[in-house]
Design a binder for this molecule. Sequence first.
Ligand SMILES: [Fe+2]
Ligand SMILES: [Fe+2]
Length: 203
Amino acid sequence: MTGLALGRTGAYVAVMTEFSALDQRDGLPDALRVLLAEYPRDIWQSHRNFDGLTRFWLERHLMFRQALDRLRSEAEAALDGRMDPDRYRQNTARLAGFFLNQLHGHHMIEDHHYFPQLSALEVPLARGFEILDADHHMLDGHIQGLADQTNAMLRAETAGFTTATGTLHGALAGFEGFLDRHLVDEEELVVPVILKHGSSLEG
Ligand SMILES: [Fe+2]
Ligand SMILES: [Fe+2]
């Protein structure tokens, strides 16, 4: 990304900033992966500081992945005629409401409670928590869009059901890529910090 910064001469000059937007990156910048190199994913579960908080965090992420996978695959089943439209609507109304509310709440807790504490524990990685916070704002915009598209599908007349379901399916599939990128990067930033410092975060 190109941004503007005030140069020494007082003139605005173009500067390159980190390529960090959620929809444009394929991982965190190397400078933010130094702790991950010391605490690679394959040793997490056996580390003495892998405890309740880390386990809970990873389980929440798995639950979000599974819920989104089910929402997308059931949209496919409805589009292919493998699932009754009424049953699809009932399942989706319940699961989408749960998923979108829980995910938004999860972002709020991370931004306001956990990230400030983790960032203070490992100051060189503070930029990483800013990137994750920015991800949440982008994802929350998509959450609103998904809620709108879910409602459009739920309210669609029979003639418009396939189109509305197809639109929702496309949005879910796109969101899956963004969410997975965010969850992987977040896990690889957060878990090494907890393993290094212990999970003595305020509850
Ligand atoms: Fe997050
Ligand atoms: Fe998270």
